[in-house]
Design a protein around this ligand. Structure first.
Ligand code: UT7
Length: 310
């Protein structure tokens, strides 16, 4: 049995916060943010909007694009570090809002690597025959855990959600290889204590990000029996345009083979890969049958890479 990504969806809240807006509240500049991160603007949720609210339209679109209805979804996995509540899970809220028929529903916490971790779990559920249709969502409202007085983190993160439906299939499409890793000894590079605000040692995280995504990408390709020449598009976690460019350089890839939309959304953590994947697909950067490489890195530390045939 193969695991096909059958539908994609995304949603960002309408409110846009530009670098110019940030210049008014912080000692920062559009020039600094643009050259150091590649970010021009990000979307920010309203006070009343939670991760499950952003996840809902993204999930609806993914289910519709898969040609399914919420009743077909047997399992809902939400990757988030900014859940609606400690419990119930954001996935339970989402499944209820969607009108699913009592699916297995749970959240996973792997920071910015959350979506690819969740996709790996979905792949295993499909391959083991447990489920036929799994909804995987990355949804974040980092604006709620940002210290808006800390210019080193406030300019980086944004809110949003991306979703994918993974379905059992006997066609060509499949999740071919996954390499998922963690190293808790580096937890202090990027963390958020319960009830407090996010803290990050940027420069340290920066270096670890490039090295770990490079290594995981190479291992996943090897596991899939493919090379970078086979890959149509690399979709990396959108943390910093300089990290994405450095990764492209290390993998000896032309920049146009590595997708980026960080200028519009900033770093949306677990939502960044499904949002990027959705936009790349909509822009026609890949189609059915193309090989993709997804790679992410985040707090934990966690990191990994997935090779799939779309
Ligand atoms: O998504 C999960 C993983 N997260 C990441 O991968 C994030 C990785 N890290 C980064 O993207 C970068 O390290 C940052 C964008 C966070 C920071 O860029 P940097 O080039 O590493 O800057 P830095 O922290 O070394 O700071 C350089 C200077 C400092 O001033 P001094 O000490 O040189 O005078 C900072 O105080 O830039 C200053 N600075 C700022 N200036 C204007 C820091 N933030 C700002 C700001 N505006 N927003």
């Amino acid at each position: 049995m193969k695991a096909e990504i059958k539908g994609l969806g995304m949603y960002v809240p309408p409110r846009v916060l530009t670098n110019e807006d940030l210049e008014k509240i912080l000692d920062t500049s559009d020039e600094w943010i643009t050259t150091r991160t590649g970010i021009k603007e990000r979307h920010i949720a309203e006070e009343w909007e939670n991760a499950s609210d952003l996840a809902l339209p993204a999930a609806k679109e993914a289910i519709e694009n898969a040609g399914l209805t919420p009743k077909d979804i047997e399992c809902v996995i939400v990757a988030t570090s900014t859940p609606d509540m400690t419990f119930p899970s954001t996935a339970c809220f989402l499944a209820d809002k969607l009108g699913c028929s009592k699916p297995m529903a749970f959240d996973i916490s792997a920071a910015c690597s959350g979506f690819i971790y969740a996709l790996t779990i979905a792949n295993s559920f499909i391959k083991s025959g447990q489920f036929k249709n799994v909804l995987v969502v990355g949804s974040e409202v980092f604006s709620k855990i940002i210290d808006w007085n800390d210019r080193s983190t406030a300019v980086i993160f944004g809110d949003g959600a991306g979703a994918a439906v993974v379905s059992a299939s006997d066609g060509e499409s499949d999740i071919l290889a996954a390499v998922m890793k963690s190293d808790g000894s580096h937890w202090g590079s990027l963390y958020c204590p319960v009830g407090e605000k996010l803290k990050m040692r940027g420069r340290e995280t920066f270096k670890l990000a490039i090295k770990s995504m490079e290594t995981a990408s190479k291992k996943a390709l090897e596991k899939a029996g493919l090379t970078l020449d086979d890959i149509k598009l690399v979709i990396p976690h959108q943390a910093n345009i300089r990290i994405i460019k450095a990764l492209a350089e290390r993998l000896e890839l032309p920049e146009d083979k590595v997708f980026s939309n960080i200028h519009k959304y900033g770093n949306t953590s677990a939502a960044s890969i499904p949002i990027a994947m959705y936009e790349a697909w909509k822009e026609g950067k890949f189609k059915k049958g193309d090989y993709l490489l997804l790679t992410a890195f985040g707090g934990g530390l966690t990191w990994g890479a997935i090779v799939l045939k779309f």
